[in-house]
Ligand binder design. Structure first.
Ligand code: NCD
Length: 359
């Protein structure tokens, strides 16, 4: 297997890669002491341009549990980005001091852009409303641990499927596994983006779109609840109208399978009532812990890869024509044109097709 040198989208993952990563994670769970010094002398850089609790802390904890050091920021105002430094230059500097970079940004495609300028592996910890592949690793680990494997089940994804980046990566990753049927539960305004639906159809996966959680719940083996992503809305009134559309309560669980798993990437806003927390089916806090364990497996791999000078970037002012205001290519205008894995007519950073749907 060719070594994977970055994790910016689900396209960087393969079934074979996942199987090896998960096997390493299981060994870390079984024998944590063996790994305590396995990244001694290595350094992780964490660049958080957007708020984070679980992702940031779990990466830091994962690195430290492997014996590595960590530096980074959680407020870009304290960095030269506030003086107008380009992302490309910040990445070149950060890569020269570290062995792996984790980046979260409100801009779609930021991690892809970062990977073009880094001599160390880049991990996408969330790029706007686009992807969040390491949350997907946490989700897959939770399902695999709780069900004994991944495949042959019905998963319901409920809430903000339009802006919820964890849903986008999870759905794409699930297409690697056999026999998964999807119930996409959202209001019409928050449907899953077309580029993900296209991907599912191309892979021959079945999906049902519904606006009713109550109708779907009896069918499900896994329910993945999500928060309505306030920070991605431009219209505050629209957010207020949609934010409480789904609230999972203990009462609703009476109609669910007795072994249905309830996942949530967290933070929750109000979409899972507190009385659900004590239900055996609620696994969202464990899911956060699995997130740290699978990130340990990922760092163990990435931090030991040899440095590799990035291929020369043939960029120039104005080479990218993406009109999505949330896309990194919109603000970092020197970036080279990239072709998207989900179609040659889509932006290689944010996957949107022109003309872009406005945020
Ligand atoms: C998610 C995120 O940041 O996308 N949280 C996380 O990383 N665990 C989900 C969210 O913010 O709703």
């Amino acid at each position: 297997m060719t070594p994977v040198r970055k994790l910016v989208s689900v396209d960087d993952m393969s079934r074979e890669w996942w199987d090896a990563l998960y096997a390493r994670c299981c060994d870390i769970i079984a024998r944590p002491g063996v790994y305590a010094d396995s990244c001694r002398g290595k350094i992780l850089a964490t660049m958080f341009y957007e708020p984070s609790t679980r992702t940031n802390f779990s990466f830091q904890a994962a690195a430290q549990r492997l014996g590595a050091g960590v530096f980074g920021f959680s407020d870009p105002l304290g960095t030269s980005a506030s003086k107008g430094e380009t992302l490309a230059d910040t990445i070149r500097m950060t890569a020269s001091y570290s062995d792996t970079i984790v980046i979260r940004s409100p801009q779609e495609g930021a991690a892809t852009a970062a990977s073009l300028y880094s001599e160390v592996p880049v991990i996408n910890a969330g790029d706007g409303g686009h992807f969040h592949p390491t949350q997907t690793l946490a989700d897959l680990t939770t399902i695999a641990q709780k069900r004994g494997g991944i495949g042959d089940f019905r998963i319901g994804l409920c809430g903000d499927l339009k802006y919820g980046r964890t849903v986008h990566s999870l759905v794409e990753a699930m297409t690697m596994f056999p026999g998964v049927s999807f119930y996409l539960i959202s209001p019409k305004e928050l449907r899953l983006p077309e580029y993900i639906l296209d991907q599912m159809s191309a892979q021959g996966h079945e999906y049902t779109e519904s606006e009713s959680l109550v109708d779907c719940i009896p069918e499900l083996d896994v329910l993945y609840m999500t928060r309505v992503q306030r920070e991605r809305f431009h219209d505050a009134a629209e957010y207020r109208r949609l934010k409480d559309v789904y609230i999972l309560t203990k009462k609703m669980l009476e109609n669910a399978k007795s072994d249905m798993l309830i996942l949530h990437p967290l933070p929750r806003y109000g979409e899972i009532a507190r009385d659900v927390d004590d239900d055996m089916r609620a696994v969202y806090f464990e899911q956060a812990r699995y997130g740290m364990l699978i990130r340990m497996a990922l760092l163990l791999d990435f931090m030991h890869l040899p440095r590799q000078a990035p291929a020369p970037v043939a960029g120039g002012q104005g080479t990218v024509e993406c009109s999505n205001p949330a896309c990194i290519a919109h603000s970092e205008i020197y970036l080279p044109k990239l072709i998207s894995g989900s179609g040659p007519d889509r932006c290689g950073y944010c996957d949107k097709k022109p003309p872009v749907q406005m945020f």
